[in-house]
Design a protein around this ligand. Sequence first.
Ligand code: PLP
Length: 381
Amino acid sequence: MAFLNEIIYLDNSATTRPCARSVEAVTRSLTENWGNPSSLHRLGMEAELDVTAVREAIAKRLHCTPAEIYFTACGTESNNTALLGAAHKNRKRGKRIVSTAVEHPSVLETLKRLEAEGFEVVLLPPEKNGVVSVDALNAAITPDTILVSMMLVNNENGAIQPVADARKRIKQVGAPALLHCDAVQAFGKLPFTAEKLGADLISASGHKIHGPKGIGFLYVKKGVVLPPLLTGGGQERNMRSGTESTPLIMGLGGALADLPDLATQLTKMTELRDYAVRRLQGTGVVEINSAPESLPYILNISVPGYRSETLLHFLESRNIFVSSGSACAKGEGSYVLKACGFDRRRIDSALRISFCRDNTAEEIDRLAEALVAATQKLRKA
Ligand code: PLP
């Protein structure tokens, strides 16, 4: 598909383009090393070695042990496993679960399930900058709280949540709570270790970092034992039955091996995002919704007076790909921007621009020009 080389892809929080190293690793697994890691013969052992190497690579990044990493099919599965597992494990110790109003649907919908089971769920609203206040967090985490779930980076506006403060408060009040962190938009972008984050459970996903879709992992701190979501053959040390998806695990490994130094890349992304803010504000038609302290990989903007979907398709006609809110929100007004206190006009005209290491300032120029053209050609909503 030659056209793929001509597109301006600014929807990297929805998914990223798999890197060559990831594609090669998937292919090698499918064509050469396709044994079942559970088989006792040589082919099985060779596949097992591949899986172990990727587990070790993840552990190295999080500064944890490989035994604390469990492969799943996606970030959604990691979040479901963590929340359902932690709540059910702790059910005899209390009912209170604390989370935020801006979590991904894979957390919010799972919390609704737990609420229907009788758990008490408290969702903290963010401030205008998208971040939940530490005071509100401290007030919400009580001695009877059994689970706290807080994303590290929000998928719509890039806001970075005070996860380590949740750990401090859990300790301070002596709550039995396990701390879960949805790090799907942070892993491979924002440098962090499991210990510094302070979470017992951390979710991540391969396709957000130039790996394949259908592979994720859950970090489970040593000593924490959760009831599994999938039962069966006992793979992943009984945490996640089902034959390991060796091609996708290998693809994740390829993506990890290709990651640049995260701190250096973060500086570059901050420069690119700051350029985008200046350039887009300079058009006179764009308002910026992400706070400057947000992760620079995600920039939420509005073009007041024009509907998100209409803008999105106008940009698409110029081969520029962005998202209206989050890819999951499919046409609904963003509950994240709403929770941050933005008005209807701003919400209805919001676009999420999300970057990766391949984006350039020239692409931002094209975006800015296209948005100006959109306001000249499209009828106001
Ligand atoms: N959590 C966050 C913050 C996300 O942005 C996403 C995907 O967009 C997910 C979880 C779900 O990840 P996956 O697509 O791997 O299920």
